[in-house]
Write a protein of this length. Structure first.
Length: 155
């Protein structure tokens, strides 16, 4: 059985509406070129990652949001925001109750790993990945939202 790493934003985070991608990469001594697929809606990305990676040894699937940036300047600004947020997190005293809420493209992101205990999730034996038709419909919805978000006329 392979492994799955899933970025878990807060349930009210705007990041949930972003398109999601899955990176499949080798693990456990396997050697092959990793690849990224998507974009998907989050639920489809998670289901696909689990269906593939948990069925195969020597594979890791990483599920994460794809940030909608349109230019090199936006990419550099996002990297700067992440660097600043990481520096702020490092500067916070571990005994301080002050919370740092870093933002990427105006969206709060959690840069911590949360609980340090690893929890193994039970995957049901009857787990079914989304059908190609469901994925296609989800991609269509994702592309429509992405195009609407980048339309300067707002229509």
């Amino acid at each position: 059985m392979g492994g799955v790493i899933i970025y878990e934003p807060d349930e009210d985070s705007a990041v949930l509406e972003f398109p999601w991608v899955v990176t499949f990469e080798p693990s456990g001594g396997e050697e092959w070129d990793s690849f990224v697929c998507g974009p998907y809606e989050r639920a489809h990305a998670v289901a696909l990652a689990e269906a593939v990676a948990l069925a195969e040894d020597g594979m890791l699937a990483v599920v994460e949001p794809m940030l909608p940036v349109l230019s090199a300047d936006e990419v550099l600004a996002t990297i700067d925001e992440l660097r600043e947020a990481d520096e702020e997190v490092e500067e916070v005293d571990e005994f301080d109750d002050g919370l740092v809420e870093p933002k990427v493209n105006g969206t709060h992101v959690d840069l911590t790993l949360g609980e340090t205990d690893l929890v193994e999730e039970e995957i049901a034996d009857d787990f079914e990945p989304p059908t190609p038709e469901e994925v296609r419909a989800g991609m269509e919805r994702t592309f429509r939202r992405l195009l609407a978000a980048t339309d300067p006329s707002g229509s």
